[in-house]
Design a protein around this ligand. Structure first.
Ligand code: NOJ
Ligand code: CA
Length: 696
């Protein structure tokens, strides 16, 4: 590792020089200034000499102990520099450069003999800072009342935000000025859009911001381990955000024991929106891969017995005999089937056949296991056992059939947020998967966490999600967790975490619809921490339950490229793809693992175009999504190999396409392109385009 110490520690006694420290990013564009202001630790950040984060306080308010907010003395500082390249198991790029400068400031609160260090990593596109508590002096363990990290804004910026909430991120984004958040959030609560909003100026991360002079900022966190998830609360008079951690059932925010490091607080700063999307800041701030063998981890393109239930065509449950007590296996044999159970042998075989015929890796089957008659919102401790199939789901025969056709089944564990119950069955559930040859599980945490009434994003639940991922790795199982905490780059350390939901996914198109623009903001926000199981690919926009998907077919195709994920679903029914085989061809062709990604154009919530080179090939795929305004993408193919020609297939919205009334209008053209070709593509609101480029 090319890491070396620039400066050795300075020690107490040099008080004259010891109240401030500065560190510039490798190219000098970003500078962090640390200052101990009358014993109060503060920092500020500049970008090309311009203040971006005004002097902001650092520290903690504790429960039952003196705070760690002031009365500090600077003991010394260390600086370092890093420039390394690492290879992710899967990703947007096959190599990632981790290039930063580092400043560690060492503090002591002499009156209490407690030590607190602050480490800054300064990248060309942003800053990470974290607290480090060595096991030293009198600080052995403490209870956090709240973390008090401030992010002082320099103006009334534009923000793209979702309401602060301890339990869900499944919201649409609002674009507003910071000063408008209070009234808009109050309205959202009045309109009952928000469930557990904790403050009328509280928002979630990753938070996207833009200053009046066109500088983009993003606030988030990296490496959230054994610590509650961070929200941000805005003082809208001073325009200062302060960290606001998720409490536990007792209202306490964190139970910490030294030595420990907090998660990184991240501040991305750039004048180019594309650089936010291209940034690896969050991944780089996570620890390297902790798994010695990753050969069993692989990207997955899948279909599923899923949209049927979501859109109202079939059901998870086997019977309509809603029991007052949990039905056992034998009771199901005598129960009257409702005739609407989606996960039945014949239907699962139909999906296996479709997956196999079209080159998909896997079939997700939800509703395979007993318990669905009485699960949601019921807060019953023991609804699911994750082991017992319904009588019409032959787990052995279906897995054998799938494997004989080169396809795997994806396991489903809806925990109904009964986490203790899940942990009780977890090993047996993973062993069952090993027995039948499943190598991936979609887990879910719908409902209130029982029995303790914890929040989804509190420390104890954060620990559960990671425990489930680590235990799955022991069984060589890949995890895609829904309703778990939004990711913070832990997929670098545990690459068997191949997906999360943790945002408003395609399912909401079947729950009344999502406005255009949502998929043009998610890559700036939710995707900063890791891939999303967004489940795109809806071709029939009118659902059995009457809901309409606000998108065009080409808008759906674009998502396979713009919403980076090693786990991609083709969510619609086989029969809907069979009606549009020419458009479906793109979903069959598109890669899910990449050597290189180049963002061509981007503006939050308005448009994103990206070109990606399929791993280990010379083929490229380009995708572009459009928000609520029509958009013209002027594409140059400068990224292509200059010595080659490519057969391009272009999928674009029809001139009369309309996400409400003519979502299935599209045009497909084939032409030969080179690195010199220029192409303009018009996309309609809620639409988009996709291009495959196959090297000749
Ligand atoms: C919510 C998830 O987001 C969805 O994908 C799943 O089908 C249901 N829960 C049932 O587990
Ligand atoms: Ca969900």
């Amino acid at each position: 590792m090319k890491r070396f110490l620039l400066t050795a520690s300075l020690f107490l006694g040099l008080a004259f020089t010891l109240n401030a420290a500065e560190m510039a990013s490798p190219n000098g564009a970003i500078k962090v200034n640390f200052e101990l202001n009358n014993g109060v630790p503060t920092y500020s950040v500049t970008f090309r000499g311009k203040m971006m984060i005004k002097p902001s306080r650092l520290g903690y308010e504790l429960s039952g102990a003196e705070n760690l907010l002031d009365g500090f003395t600077l003991l010394g500082q260390e600086t370092a520099r890093q420039d390394e390249t690492w290879k992710p198991v899967w990703g947007e790029n096959s190599e990632i450069r981790n290039h930063y400068t580092e400043l560690l400031v060492k503090l002591v609160q002499p009156s209490t003999d407690r030590y607190m260090n602050i480490r800054f990593r300064v990248y060309d596109e942003g800053v990470g800072l974290r607290y480090e508590f060595p096991q030293k002096g009198k600080l052995n363990h403490f209870v956090v009342k709240d973390e008090r990290t401030e992010f002082a804004m320099t103006g009334d910026h534009i923000a793209w935000w979702i309401p602060g909430d301890y339990d869900t991120q499944e919201y649409e984004y609002t674009r507003s000025k910071l000063s408008e958040i209070r009234s808009l959030l109050t309205k959202a609560v009045t309109d009952n859009l928000s469930q557990t909003t904790f403050s009328t100026t509280g928002v979630q991360t990753s938070l996207m911001l833009k200053t009046a002079d066109g500088i983009y900022m993003n606030l988030h966190e990296a490496a959230l381990v054994n610590y509650p998830a961070m929200h941000l609360n805005l003082d809208d008079k001073q325009m200062v955000f302060t960290s606001w951690l998720t409490p536990d059932a007792q209202g306490k925010k964190g139970y910490l024991q030294t030595p420990l490091n907090s998660p990184w607080r991240t501040i991305m700063i750039t004048d180019d929106a594309r650089k936010v999307l291209a940034s690896n800041l969050i991944l780089n701030l996570n620890d390297p891969c902790a798994l010695s063998d990753t050969s069993w981890i692989h990207p997955v393109k899948y279909v599923g017995v899923w949209w049927e239930m979501i859109s109202g065509k079939s059901e998870w449950a086997y019977t309509h005999q809603y029991p007052t007590v949990k039905l056992g296996e034998t009771d199901y044999i005598h129960a009257t089937p409702s005739g609407k159970h989606g996960a039945n042998n014949a239907n699962v075989r139909r999906y296996i056949d479709f997956a196999s015929a079209n080159g998909f890796d896997a079939v997700l089957v939800e509703g395979w296991n007993i318990g669905w008659e009485d699960w949601a919102g019921n807060s019953k401790e023991h609804v699911f056992d994750f082991l017992t199939p319904y009588p019409d789901f032959d787990i052995k025969a279906l897995n054998d059939y799938a494997h004989s056709k080169g396809v795997k089944l994806i396991m489903h564990h809806e925990t109904s947020s009964s986490i203790m119950n899940y942990e009780k069955y977890m090993d047996r559930a993973y062993q069952l998967m090993n027995t039948y040859g499943y190598d991936a599980v979609k887990s879910g945490y719908v409902g209130n966490i029982i029995p303790r009434g914890e929040h989804h994003y509190s420390q104890i639940e954060i620990n559960h999600y990671l425990h489930a991922i680590k235990r799955a790795a022991d069984y060589h199982i890949m995890v895609n967790a829904h309703e778990a905490v939004r990711p913070t780059g832990l997929c670098r350390t545990y690459p068997n975490l191949i997906g999360n939901e943790s945002a408003r996914g395609t399912e909401y198109q079947a729950f009344g619809g999502t406005k255009p623009g949502h998929t043009a903001i998610l890559p700036f926000t939710r995707l900063q921490g890791g891939p999303m199981d967004y489940t795109p690919g809806i071709f029939e926009m009118d659902c059995a339950n009457g809901s309409h998907c606000n998108s065009t077919i080409c808008g759906q195709l674009a998502l396979y490229v713009t919403m980076y994920s090693p786990l991609q679903m083709a969510a619609d029914f086989p029969e809907n793809y069979e009606k549009h085989p020419d458009a479906f061809q793109f979903i069959k062709d598109v890669a899910i693992d990449w050597d290189k990604s180049i963002y061509l154009e981007a503006e939050p919530m308005e448009y994103i175009s990206v070109a990606r080179k399929a791993k280990g090939t010379d083929n490229w795929f380009v995708g572009g999504v459009t928000g609520k305004q029509a958009h013209r993408s002027d594409i140059t193919f400068h990224f292509l190999d200059k010595s080659r020609k490519y057969e391009a297939t272009i999928y674009r919205d029809g001139t009369d396409a309309d996400y409400k009334t003519r979502p299935q209008s599209y045009k497909i053209e084939k032409l030969t392109v080179t690195a010199k070709t220029k192409l303009s593509i018009n996309s309609v609101p809620g639409g988009g385009y996709a291009i495959s480029l196959i090297a000749k």
